[in-house]
Design a protein around this ligand. Sequence first.
Ligand code: COA
Length: 388
Amino acid sequence: MRDVAVIGIGVTKFGELWDKSFRQLTAEAGAKALLDSGVSGGDIDAMYIGSMSSGRFVGQEHIGALVADASGFSHLHIPATRVEGACASGGLAVRQGYLSIASGMNDVVVVGGIEKMNDVSGEAATETLATAADQEWESFFGVTFPGLYALMARRHMYEYGTTKKQLAEIAVKNHANGALNPNAQYQKPIKLETALNATIVADPLGLFDCSPVTDGAASIVLCAADKAKKFTDKAIKIIGSGQGSDTISLHGRDHICTLEATVYAAKKAYKQANVKPSDIDLAEVHDCFTIAEIIAIEDLGFVKKGEGGKAIENKITTLDGEIPINTSGGLKAKGHPVGATGVAQIVEIVEQLRGTADKRQVKNAKIGLAHNVGGSGATAVVHILEAM
Ligand code: COA
């Protein structure tokens, strides 16, 4: 297998982007990544695009070719493939691009992630997101994603004494980080009381325990590490890539406070990278709900199972803590355009490892981890990156 590096990154502003179309967003993120990388159209061997549900959100399928076309590459006939794995679509697209270079098939690959979720009503967005759950056994009976994660939160509270205040502290931390990110949907710090007293969405989760409904796109350029110098001197190597899956329904699992797909994906990525959780300097984890961040830092091995709540209380995961988590603001504050999220996480890790994260910069960041989850944990992808 060949080493692979990220040589370019691009992201749009995240939020309610009424004035930009789906294709404009993908072209904007892609153009920024290409400009950043020094690569031009003729250098690109393939494109992989993550999107969860463009058909339902904007009435457009066939988006591999669409993104290549919108980027001005139709005349180059670059193979462009859409990748779907619910909210992990972006992370899966990164992994497909990574594998295609590692295998020797391609040298330069553009990976994109896109979702435009605000063109439909809130109800339609909730229904569309619920297609990532088990239709026969969950969604049909009215369960929503806030509902599924509320079940996990209740169980975590019961098993390990996790509190609503600890969940709220995750929201406060991620909104504080989002306030330092010019591309975040929410750039305003919030108070603990605001999070604690917010409208309940699915008990015990309130408004500030949820990621929002977001429009946005992200893109990265991947290159065979030994050819990266030809384009740039700021390449960041991908040293581990892991993917795992699990039952699509929550009730099919032995326990619901651990995402076994994450544990599996992380184990593979750590082994390939030859690093331990304690070697990771920062991580972007899939905090679609505050409880998901607690479960993620446990499953990734940063803290013991059941101690995720205490970690936030003890400030271990803040920007200047032992293991800063979601420096971008996470899905909670940066926003969660589902198909774009996994790619945007890599963009943040690359910024941090390049040392260009400005006010969010983690000191001496050398190794970073990105963790992207589909649905309630049926798919998980973990990437580990290192400054070259
Ligand atoms: N966090 C913080 N603020 C939020 C927010 C969130 N998650 N969602 C909405 N808001 C804010 C809006 O900006 C708006 O503020 P304003 O009045 O100052 O403009 C206000 O709350 C009302 O927004 P609205 O869009 O009407 O909210 P809503 O009630 O329709 O939606 C949720 C709120 C939580 C239901 C929605 O964000 C949601 O469904 N989130 C979960 C998405 C999801 O499941 N993703 C997949 C995860 S697996």
